[in-house]
Design a binder for this molecule. Structure first.
Ligand SMILES: [Zn+2]
Length: 268
């Protein structure tokens, strides 16, 4: 069942229980108990859908820690919400200087406006996954709307890159049964993350690098941003400045940088 339906049903059951308690059809104690249970179930379902690394992430790729590998550690940098000029170009330059191949989760309608930038990402040897057609909240879309959005977005990116698109990171990392079903129907593997330095919150490059190093474990996937929503248009300069710091800190800690595909293959 979808998270929105669970929330609607638990809210309705709570209201009915409170009403029955108020008019003494059963005890107020029972009415409160049912309400608390409903709040727990509704709230818990919502948190499982919107927070990273919850029980709903069990079957999706999030870069869980690889514990049994004696060799070098691996880590994957991912960039969301682009392409976004001039920051995507500057991220490409920073990644080239740091000799890092990364994975970009692009917004297809933005990609369509900047086909040369999409090609530049591919030519530089990075991997491209789908973030969305338009950056929407998929918990609020119907199954048909979500399927349509993802099918369109996938086709656009495949046309622009000339390559099959294999991965999908739903906006905000939100997931529920519809997101899982749409991924299956479109042949996409959902990829979220295990490390988020929250680079979109206006923190410094040093803080982005410190948080990444602090949380990084073998096999993790790091969430960063080259883009932003067309409404906010925030600068990504601190993320760009963080790349050489992340490269130095993590390499000193024994990490190799790999793409999402290489991260998945390292587990086989
Ligand atoms: Zn996003």
């Amino acid at each position: 069942m979808r998270v929105v339906n669970i929330i609607a049903i638990t809210a309705l059951v709570s209201l009915v229980a409170l009403w029955l308690g108020k008019y003494k059809y059963f005890s107020k104690k029972n009415a409160v108990l049912i309400t608390v249970l409903c709040i727990g179930l509704g709230g818990g379902s919502l948190l499982a859908a919107v927070l990273p690394n919850t029980i709903l992430d069990t079957n999706i790729i999030v870069g869980r820690e690889i514990k049994d590998s004696p060799g070098n550690k691996i880590i994957t940098l991912t960039f969301d919400d682009g392409p976004y000029s001039p920051y995507t170009q500057q991220i490409l330059e920073a990644l080239k200087r740091a000799d890092i191949k990364a994975t970009f989760f692009m917004v297809a309608e933005e990609a369509e406006k900047q086909p040369n930038l999409v090609k530049a990402v591919v030519t530089a040897g990075h991997e491209i996954g789908l973030h969305a057609n338009e950056h929407k909240d998929y918990l609020k879309l119907s199954h048909e709307e979500a399927y349509e959005e993802i099918s369109i977005g996938k086709k656009i990116l495949e046309r622009l890159t000339g390559q099959p698109v294999k991965y999908w990171r739903p906006p905000h990392g939100f997931k529920d049964t519809t997101v899982f079903s749409v991924a299956e129907k479109t042949g996409l593997t959902i990829v979220n993350w295990t490390v988020s330095p929250r680079d979109w919150t206006g923190i410094s490059a040093e803080e982005i690098a410190t948080r990444t190093l602090q949380d990084a474990k073998n096999g993790n996937i790091v969430l960063l941003h080259d883009g932003d929503s067309p409404k906010k248009q925030a600068s990504r300069i601190e993320t760009i400045k963080a790349i050489p710091l992340i490269a130095k800190d993590l390499r000193e800690a024994g990490f190799n940088f790999v793409t999402v595909t290489e991260n998945i293959n390292a587990r086989k």
